[in-house]
Design a protein around this ligand. Structure first.
Ligand SMILES: [Zn+2]
Length: 1076
């Protein structure tokens, strides 16, 4: 679902070390994270996770933990993995044993960077390679990866990635993948399609669960049902849909609609054009995800052939990681691999390098834009280089990664800063080094550019690069980048990604090209020698030649200009319609009758549930495998100088994590939309003595990062919302004094005087919000509904929803007209906020470190003003309750409906988590995704506020989806779940509740629970209720869900055409609001 042109998300910091922090690789993945537990706005509202994380994105300087735009489902890593004993507790895996199982040991190494023993095996009969990595990380990871280079843009690899998870030889049900989603304790479960490979990873901390997942995945990739069943191909790929011969034919298919969504986002369009333009002659010249125009050209035969050719052990690389028995790994694999003979796939799947151009090229294309606003200022320009005709050695790659961070990694980095300060555009796009494919590339781009400035942008970029090559970087900047990189390595904080998966993705980025899989895991030596070179020769001698060779003197450069075209979206719809009309015209009456019959047959099949005996094939855990107790985070509540302090004594490898929380309650409601910009200003404006560049470098040199962001949530049983500003920082324990000094400096000394920088923040934020509206419209719709239903939701929407975007759209002008006024509003926010009263400090580290840092915390607190908690401005604001349709230029919609079920009398019970998960994974998955053709459909229950919402993602439908939502009550009433299904739903819910967390995340979740009054007693109660959920609870919940049907409100983010049609059909059901 989620195409991630990764560079845009991580601000250019994508190479080697920063790859750890990516939320997603550059790939299409099998299901929307928002469809499960991720999603920007999706609150993980179990009593465990508590609270919404809408603004965590702000903390870009936390590469991992806080970059959580897609947080949630991937959130668990071994606490012990970093600090642990190297030796696995199992007996050594001897050559003999491997031999007996059909493998030969190719190489073995102890890798100190990840404290693991890694062994590379070769399966003798097929040549399949296996990396078996052993350590004592309980978060075990398995992955199988095939090289799958496409020859055209019909999306075969992507459709196959979806389809193999739809039933297999041993697991002959509709979607074993979904059964695993429902009922396993997985800490990771998904699949990715890259431009040249397809990856199937799973992770779990429970060994029995882990091997269940492994077996389902192995059977799926080698023996999928989809190669014999055209229905899966039609459902996941594409088919003609015709319900009645008198109606129009339409295209349906999950991937088809997923890609329509991707092709509606300008940033994605630019990323795709870039890749294809840089490599026109090899497999990267086509789109592995599928171009919606080409997907309908794909035949079932081509699809089957592709599987036969590439999904073969000879073309597979398999990864195991964790504390499980290495012999057992080979035993499981040999059962599968022995069934195959060697094939030629490894040869035929080789990626041919793109030869370097001798002269630069230039490409001008159009993208679909909305009709409103100044289109002149909506151009995008991007300069791109293919850096080499072959893969680079690790040393060079590391140096390039470092250079990337120096040039673009932080707001103070010169290339980023100069481009943004030029005022020539709104925000960077697709910028940074990309080294996950065969040949590395580098791009810098700007969006929101006026058409007469395109040339100037190109010149500015080239001149700045020239200047950096000539003058080098200043020492403080180099030191700051070095510290940031070393800190990240030491912390090894992969955030919500299992550590073993992050290592697998790094290793595979070389291994997939038949290079050394061990090398990418070993960074210490090359880093040491790079540092030594910088110390001896100076940074200029290291970095200038790289800029010269790879960029300035490199003729393989493609400049891409994207122009906005308000007609393009509707043009494409017309083209599609014409094609479909021709198809229909070419059909005889019999053909049409046959098509209608086939449509009905497919629909019927999709809606028929698997028989209970088929479901039994998927291995399950029992309730006895589940702990009756919730996981507790050690928390000691005390105070320092009269301020409440929470301490979490956890092993953190000498890193201190600290949060300082201020109450937002006395900030005037009309100032709320300024808050995100206030937070950004604190970190990016500078003080009397320090420019923002110096301040930024200081933070980079002394700490692991500081971020500031608002947090709001309803609180269960209370009328007033919880609304806070959280300042979050981390450093080595020895630098705790610096950390708190810098936090103080940021909060108290930063001056709001830089009008030009503030203007940049406004345009960047606007660009970001516009991107969000197009790419994650479900989040905007959810925020909008929340804002109608409760105060916390209203506050959030002011700071991150459509209201915020509208505010930003008018703010730019205000900055010119009344900067004084804005600047003093920012000061007013600071005055209302900064106070020792109501302040809370949260600290996570080992006990000794916590004690040793107390004095610095005390000093920090003493410096805070003693404002008596100002007159609390409790706002009762909400948006008017009404059904809304927000118009954007898009080919697919986002449809939401929500209501507060507490106001209908529903009493919170733990079973609600089980039931909403079940609704998402069955009713909504089957109707909205499988038969509706949307990329995702899910529901969410925020237990703090009582808001129950339905949302869909990249949805071809509008009213039809609302009808499905309204049918949920009847679905529950008619439900008949057997014991197994119920157990599965309960276990799956516990899997969410017990999400695996790194120590910083444990300390942070504990803070949020404290803020939201979620006690350990309550967690125990809810857990008991979850574990004892019965069919009766499902039936009773139907009434609560019916109240959403009857009294709820609907918000859709959709295309003009679909909204018009909807309003025609249901007499102006929606109030229409134009957004882009
Ligand atoms: Zn997909």
């Amino acid at each position: 679902m989620l195409r991630s042109i990764t560079r845009s998300s991580s601000l250019g910091s994508t190479s080697l070390f920063f790859r750890f922090f990516r939320q997603f690789p550059r790939s299409y993945i099998s299901r929307s994270s928002s469809a499960t537990a991720g999603g920007n706005i999706r609150r993980v509202s179990t009593p465990e996770a508590a609270g919404r994380q809408l603004f965590l994105r702000r903390g870009l300087r936390f590469p991992s933990a806080a970059s959580g735009s897609l947080n949630g489902q991937f959130s668990r890593l071994s606490l012990r993995a970093f600090a642990t004993q190297p030796a696995p507790s199992y007996t050594e895996l001897g050559q003999d044993e491997a031999e007996k199982l059909g493998f030969e040991k190719a190489r073995e190494e102890f890798i100190s960077e990840c404290k693991s023993k890694a062994v590379l095996f070769r399966h003798k009969k097929t040549g399949c390679e296996v990396m078996s990595v052993s350590n004592d990380d309980e978060n075990k990871v398995f992955g199988v990866v095939f090289r799958t280079p496409p020859k055209d843009s019909t999306g075969i690899p992507h459709i196959l990635e979806h389809s193999v998870l739809c039933g297999s030889r041993k697991y002959p049900l509709k979607e074993p993948f979904v059964e695993l989603l429902k009922g396993s304790l997985h800490t990771f479960l998904n699949a990715f399609t890259y431009p040249d490979r397809t990856c199937y990873p799973v992770a779990s901390t429970n060994t029995k669960d882990f091997y269940n997942l492994v077996d389902v995945y192995l059977d799926a990739v080698f023996f999928p049902k989809c190669v014999d069943d055209v229905h899966t191909f039609q459902q996941e790929g594409w088919h003609y849909e015709l319900n009645d011969p008198s109606e129009d034919i339409s295209y349906k298919g999950v991937v088809f609609n997923e890609m329509k969504g991707v092709y509606s986002q300008p940033d994605n369009i630019l990323g795709r054009i870039t890749q294809q333009a840089l490599c026109p002659e090899n497999t990267y010249g086509v789109d592995s995800g599928g171009d919606p125009k080409d997907i309908p050209k794909l035949t079932f035969k081509e699809f089957k052939d592709f599987h036969r050719q590439y999904y073969h052990p000879s073309n597979a690389r398999i990864w195991f990681y964790g504390d499980d028995d290495p012999v057992h790994r080979l035993r499981v694999l040999s059962e599968y691999l022995d069934m195959f003979d060697a094939s030629q796939a490894r040869e035929s799947s080789k990626v041919i390098p793109q030869k370097l151009f001798s002269v630069p090229r230039r490409i001008v294309e159009k993208y679909p834009a909305g009709g409103d606003g100044d289109l002149k200022k909506k151009h995008m320009v991007c300069l791109n280089w293919l850096l080499s005709d072959k893969p680079l050695d690790l040393q060079t790659q590391l140096a390039l990664g470092f250079l990337d961070h120096l040039m673009l990694g932080t707001p103070a980095s010169p290339l980023r800063k100069i481009i943004l300060e030029s005022g020539l555009g709104e925000a960077l796009v697709n910028s940074g080094v990309e080294d996950e494919l065969l040949q590395p590339q580098f791009s810098v781009g700007l969006k929101g550019v006026s058409d007469d400035d395109v040339q100037k942008v190109e010149e500015l970029i080239m001149n700045t690069l020239r200047k950096l090559a000539d003058e080098g970087f200043d020492t403080d900047a180099v030191e700051a980048s070095m510290n940031t990189i070393e800190f990240s390595l030491r912390e090894n904080n992969t955030g919500s990604f299992p550590r073993g998966l992050s290592l697998m993705l790094q290793s595979i980025a070389k291994w997939i090209y038949d290079m050394d899989p061990f090398e990418p895991l070993k960074y210490e030596e090359p880093l040491k020698s790079l540092k030594a070179r910088i110390a001896e020769e100076g940074s200029k001698a290291v970095f200038s030649p790289l800029i010269e060779e790879f960029i300035l003197n490199n003729p393989h450069c493609v400049t891409i200009e994207l122009q906005p075209d308000p007609e393009k979206a509707s043009q494409e719809e017309v083209e599609e319609k014409n094609i479909l009309e021709k198809v229909k015209a070419s059909m005889t009456e019999e053909d049409l009758a046959e098509l209608a019959r086939a449509t009905e047959e497919l629909g019927l099949k999709q809606e028929t549930p698997d028989p209970p005996e088929a479901l039994k094939y998927v291995p399950n855990l029992n309730l006895s495998d589940i702990s009756k107790e919730p996981t507790y985070v050690p928390t000691e509540v005390g105070d320092i100088n009269g301020v409440k302090v929470l301490r979490h004594d956890l092993f953190t490898n000498d890193i201190l994590y600290g949060e300082v929380v201020f109450d937002m309650g006395s900030i005037k409601p009309e100032l709320l939309p300024l808050l995100p910009l206030f937070c950004q200003s604190l970190l990016e404006m500078g003080t009397q003595d320090l420019t923002f560049v110096q301040l930024n470098q200081l933070i980079g040199r002394k700490t692991g990062g500081i971020s500031v962001y608002p947090f709001t949530s309803s609180v269960w049983g209370k009328n007033d919302p919880c609304s806070k500003i959280i300042v979050r920082g981390k450093s080595m324990v020895g630098r705790a004094e610096d950390l708190f000094n810098l936090m103080n400096c940021v909060l108290q000394e930063v001056r709001f005087t830089d009008q030009q920088r503030f203007k940049q923040f406004v345009s960047q934020s606007r660009a970001k919000m516009e991107n969000r509206l197009r790419g994650s419209g479900q989040g905007i719709a959810a925020a909008r509904m929340d804002a109608m239903l409760n105060v916390a939701g209203w506050m959030s929407e002011q700071m991150g929803g459509l209201s915020y975007l509208e505010f930003l759209q008018t703010l730019e002008q205000k900055v010119d007209q009344d900067w004084e006024g804005i600047s003093s509003s920012l000061e007013e926010i600071r005055r209302s906020l900064l106070s020792r009263n109501g302040c809370i400090v949260n600290m996570t580290a080992d006990g000794k470190s916590l004690t040793s840092t107390e004095k610095f915390v005390g000093k920090f607190l003493d410096l805070l003003p003693e404002n008596p908690s100002g007159g609390l401005v409790t706002s009762v604001a909400r948006l008017p309750l009404r059904n809304e349709a927000i118009v954007i230029p898009t080919q697919v919609n986002y449809v939401g409906k929500a209501g507060n079920i507490y106001s209908s009398g529903y009493q919170l019970d733990g079973s609600s988590y089980v039931i909403s998960k079940h609704i998402s994974n069955t009713w909504l998955w089957d109707r909205v995704r499988v038969s509706g053709g949307a990329y995702g459909g899910f529901c969410d229950f925020d237990s703090h506020s009582g808001v129950f919402s339905f949302l869909s993602y990249r949805d071809p439908n509008l009213l039809k989806t609302l009808e499905i939502y309204d049918g949920t009550g009847d679905f529950l009433r008619g439900l008949d779940v057997d014991e197994d299904t119920l157990t599965k739903a309960i276990i799956g819910t516990i899997g969410d509740v017990d999400s695996y967390q790194l120590p910083d995340a444990k300390g942070y979740s504990s803070l949020l629970r404290h803020l939201l009054n979620v006690t350990d007693e309550e967690r125990q109660t809810r857990r008991g209720e979850i574990l004892s959920t019965s069919l009766k609870d499902f039936k009773e919940f139907a009434e609560a869900v019916d109240s959403v049907k009857d009294k709820g409100v609907a918000v859709a983010v959709a295309s003009q055409e679909d909204i018009d049609a909807g309003n025609k059909e249901r007499s102006n059901f929606f109030e229409v609001k134009k957004a882009l």
